[in-house]
Design a binder for this molecule. Structure first.
Ligand SMILES: Nc1nc2c(ncn2[C@@H]2O[C@H](COP(=O)(O)OP(=O)(O)OP(=O)(O)O)[C@@H](O)[C@H]2O)c(=O)[nH]1
Length: 408
């Protein structure tokens, strides 16, 4: 049981119940709650995990590249339209702007192309993709001699095009709202210049753009919540709610890349990282004696103990049937053994019960090792697994530390 909670106390009971409920399919009555929670996740990115932020940036980047190419092609084509409809003496006002716009768009495309895992930079590229055409429009409006604005054909459509483009990106609602309000400001500015502000035509255009913005916000919400749901299904174990094996491997690769980055810089000796391989003892017997559903509840409660006993930067994953892995970032072998012992004791002391509330005795064996810099992650997992095997062999309900290759 997580530290600080008295066994048998109401708080402990609540916690156990919550553990039992983890990853239960939502009932029909909780639809509204699920909807509100998904709204919370799509309004801002504050509640997104770091791993989802990477997946999100990946999708955002693909949209930036696609829309960047479309805008870069449309922009020179528009020169043709301008040359057909604009008086020759006005062409120079738009031509220079178009060239700058095209160069800017190609620059954004290049930055996005070489920013595969840079979350902030990709967000900036997405923002620039919308800001550049808007800035071009402002520039043309400001530069054109007053009274000549009516010659611009199709330019008034730019804010509408940009607001519609918001729905292409998996932006959060706040991000899109911010961009949408900027486009409404742009429309207001153009209307003040062409004299349609507060006229029937102006109000109609304003209303249209606001409605389009609401539709784009709804599209953002559905796109992002679908992305979150698919990401969760692909990376999490449905029974325990923990990371699955595939997501663990991706996470380990990211930790190793980060460790390499830190080595010699902010952390000259490298950032330590440890691996715990955890397996329930005689779990088959629990299934056979109490039934599969009690076995499932034990697995869920073990997952709850693992998340309760580790920090936010650590990662707990279901590796296979009744085998779990915990990655302790920033913990060396000694610290990892302390955490492993805490988990072992927490499981031993936890009040697991069957359907009739009769106690079920559950213990774990844990293999502990450190992740050596530049070694393949599978090697560390294999070492932890061998230590776990030794723990089983030596009588179970214990932890065994696997020496590192250089220490052995
Ligand atoms: N209830 C439940 N059981 C599972 C699940 N996945 C695997 N198991 C069971 O876990 C048991 C694992 O049994 P064994 O590999 O023999 O291991 P054990 O009985 O724990 O024995 P030791 O590991 O040697 O202590 C099998 O009976 C599997 O059916 C699951 O999702 N739910």
């Amino acid at each position: 049981m997580p530290s600080g909670v008295q066994q048998g106390s109401p708080a402990a009971e609540r916690q156990d119940r919550r553990a039992g409920d983890i990853a239960e399919p939502p009932g029909p009555s909780s639809d509204l709650f699920v909807g509100l929670r998904s709204l919370r996740d799509t309004v801002t990115s504050r509640h997104h995990s770091r791993d989802f932020a990477f997946a999100h940036a990946y999708y955002l980047r693909s949209r930036v590249l696609a829309l960047g190419i479309i805008f870069s092609l449309l922009s020179p084509l528009w020169i043709l339209v301008d040359s057909l409809v604009l008086p020759a003496e006005l062409l120079r006002y738009t031509l220079a702007g178009r060239v700058v716009l095209m160069l800017g768009l190609v620059g954004v495309l290049m930055v996005a192309l070489f920013s595969r895992e840079r979350i902030r930079r990709i967000r900036l590229c997405a923002g620039m993709l919308l800001a550049l055409p808007a800035a071009f429009y402002v520039l043309v409006l400001v530069m054109l001699p007053s009274g000549e604005i009516h010659h611009l054909v199709g330019y008034g459509f730019i804010p509408f095009l940009l607001v519609a483009s918001l729905s292409v990106f998996p932006f959060t609602i706040l991000e899109s709202l911010f961009a949408g309000l900027a486009m409404l400001g742009l429309l207001m500015f153009s209307q003040l210049l062409d004299g349609s502000w507060m006229t029937g035509r102006g109000v109609e255009a304003f209303w249209l753009l606001s409605s389009l913005l609401v539709v784009s916000l709804a599209a953002n919400h559905f796109q992002l919540s679908l992305l979150l749901r698919l990401y969760r299904q692909a990376t999490h174990d449905p029974l325990t709610g923990l990371f699955n094996r595939g997501a663990l491997e991706v996470h380990l690769a990211k930790i190793q890349a980060w460790q390499r980055e830190m080595e010699g810089g902010q952390a000259p000796d490298g950032v330590p990282c440890s691996v715990l391989m955890i397996d329930l003892d005689h779990f088959k017997q629990i299934n056979d004696t109490y039934g599969h559903s009690v076995g499932d509840a034990v697995l869920r409660q073990l997952a709850h103990i693992l998340t309760g006993q580790t920090r936010k930067q650590d990662c707990a994953a279901r590796y296979g049937g009744e085998e779990f892995v915990v990655i302790l970032l920033g913990s060396d072998g000694i610290r990892a053994q302390e955490v492993a012992e805490r988990i072992r004791r927490a499981v031993e002391l936890h009040d697991f019960v069957d359907h009739e509330q009769r106690p079920v005795s559950v213990t774990t064996s844990i293999g502990v090792t450190e992740l050596v810099l530049n070694e393949p992650a599978e090697q560390a997992l294999k070492r932890a697994d061998e230590a776990l095997y030794r723990a089983k062999h030596e009588g179970r309900n214990r932890i065994v530390y696997a020496e590192l290759p250089s220490q052995a």
